[in-house]
Design a protein around this ligand. Structure first.
Ligand code: ZN
Length: 169
């Protein structure tokens, strides 16, 4: 299983809800976590590995605290966004080699199911709030480069084309 890279059209798909909390969903979550840790990410969404369902994994602190506290999030819905915004330098495993500041709500309230099908409500702030928004965007086929200024996106597109010509990704 491999992380799909921009401009793979599958990254633009709308993902469907997870209906069964079965061994397949469990295996998928486990694999997503393995890939996320192996690639040094803090979040990964199932559509990024070509599996268009509403399943994401997060662990926003493991790189700094050096231990793992993974969260598996199924069918998430953000039902409250703070008016207060924050700009964070974002990166994405599907867009290697590019970072850009993205403006998002600094606080959110989100509901989801965990891997056991248990319903949860969480208030998230800081990097975790940003990650929730970034990963849930993936479920709706939105990449963070779709949320940056026209000018920055043009710079990205130019760099990307150059790299493709040079034989890279
Ligand atoms: Zn991403």
């Amino acid at each position: 299983m491999e992380v799909l890279k921009f401009p793979d059209p599958r990254l633009k798909q709308l993902s469907t809800r997870v209906e069964d909390f079965d061994s397949f969903t469990y295996k998928m979550a486990k694999q997503l976590l393995e890939i996320m840790y192996a690639e040094g990410g803090v979040g990964l969404a199932a559509p990024q590995v070509g599996y268009p369902t509403r399943l994401i994994v997060l662990d926003t602190d493991w790189i700094t605290v050096r231990y793992r506290v993974p969260t598996v999030i199924i069918n998430p819905l953000i039902f409250e966004y703070s008016e207060q915004k924050v700009k964070t330098l974002e990166a994405c495993l599907s867009i290697p080699g590019f970072k850009s500041e993205v403006e998002r709500s600094s606080h959110i309230k989100v509901q989801y199911h965990d891997l056991d099908g248990e319903f949860r409500v969480e208030s998230a702030t800081g990097l975790r709030a940003v990650c929730f928004q970034h990963e849930i965007d993936h479920l709706d086929g939105i990449l963070f480069i779709g949320r940056i200024s026209r000018l920055k996106r043009d710079i990205f597109v130019r760099k990307h084309k150059k790299r493709r010509k040079a034989g890279g990704h």
